[in-house]
Design a protein around this ligand. Sequence first.
Ligand code: B12
Ligand code: SF4
Ligand code: SF4
Length: 309
Amino acid sequence: MNSEIKKLYRMLEAQGFKGRVVTIQRLKDLQEEIEGCHNQGLFDETVYREGLSFFSFRPPDDLPTVASLIVVAVPRPQTKVSFTWKGKERSLVLPPTYMGAIEVSKRIKGLLAEWLAPHGFRVAPGRLPRKLLTVRSGLAAYGRNNISYIPGMGSFYQPIVFFSDLPCHRDTWQEPLVMDRCQDCLICLKKCPTGAITPERFLLRAEKCLVFHNERSPDHPFPEWIDPSWHNCLVGCMLCQRHCPENKPFLNWFEGNEAFSHLETALLLNGATADQLPDVTRRKLERLGLLDFLLELLPRNLSVFFRSQ
Ligand code: B12
Ligand code: SF4
Ligand code: SF4
């Protein structure tokens, strides 16, 4: 390993993060793996079109001497969001990595750019399969639930990836790895209400995952087969992470609680746009990272917990 890479790992660890650098040759492996699954018909076509077709395996034009991929893992908490409705307060969870995801990515980009500049190197963001890269780089391992885990972080982390011209001659590339703990454990499979985690194959049936449906654009109402009692988060789902023994140390880590009054809840349920909301409500949504694409999902997602009449 180059001495710069060693120093980079130490700098990241000093801030509570973890990183891996792999040679740019690995880009081809990532592409082949995703395209291979697609060609074998393993992805539901709608999931592929809406969730996976945005990957780009072409290095950025403004980094002509691209030499490596860098992945950084940042520990991330859950967030509590409470709503008052008809005199009762109900708290809903926003899973890790929703709140502040864009800010965290920008912060890591700034940190890497600042650290690499004196060495004469740069980074550029990439639209890559971040979980697969994190696992294959040796940083994480898959759980049976298809989410990836890092010792000391569990699955409560955000992976951020970059192209770089930092040279990397030797890396820790590995075959996709599953945690030892999953060998004798079926908790997530049993707790998943939709059958998205199946004993027949490792790859998630993403078209059955609640998250696919509650992150979809609002012109897609929840399908009839989803029992309303299965919903457990404002957006996303925590069932296969919350019950996983590997996540036990991190389960009580919450940050950024926000509360919405009955009036604010009514506005959100009725689909108010950002400019129709009072400043104070907009600021709460902004702090939660819900103001951009998530605001338009709230009428559908909230209606399973609170009826609008
Ligand atoms: C599309 C997508 C979704 C889709 C589809 C999920 C899926 N599994 O593909 C939906 C909307 C359902 C979804 C849901 C969630 N997602 Co998502 N998602 C993504 C996205 C954009 C791409 C994921 C991807 O590459 N899928 C393609 C599949 C093929 O890749 P894969 O899951 O790594 O599958 C590999 C393995 O199955 C392996 N494999 C196949 N067979 C076998 C056999 C064995 C034995 C082994 C070991 C491996 C193996 O090969 C496959 C690759 O070829 C990434 C962001 C990004 N840019 O990468 C986030 C991302 C992966 N999601 C993330 C999160 C947090 C979630 C949720 C937990 C959200 C939530 N809290 O509610 C849920 C979890 C659902 C679940 N159980 O996996 C995080 C992951 C963080 C982590 N700790 O791993 C990411 C990185 C985004 C982020 N927030 O930073 N997601
Ligand atoms: S619940 Fe069990 S099987 Fe599922 S990811 Fe966690 S340890 Fe693995
Ligand atoms: S996130 Fe929820 S619906 Fe999706 S696989 Fe996990 S438990 Fe099942």
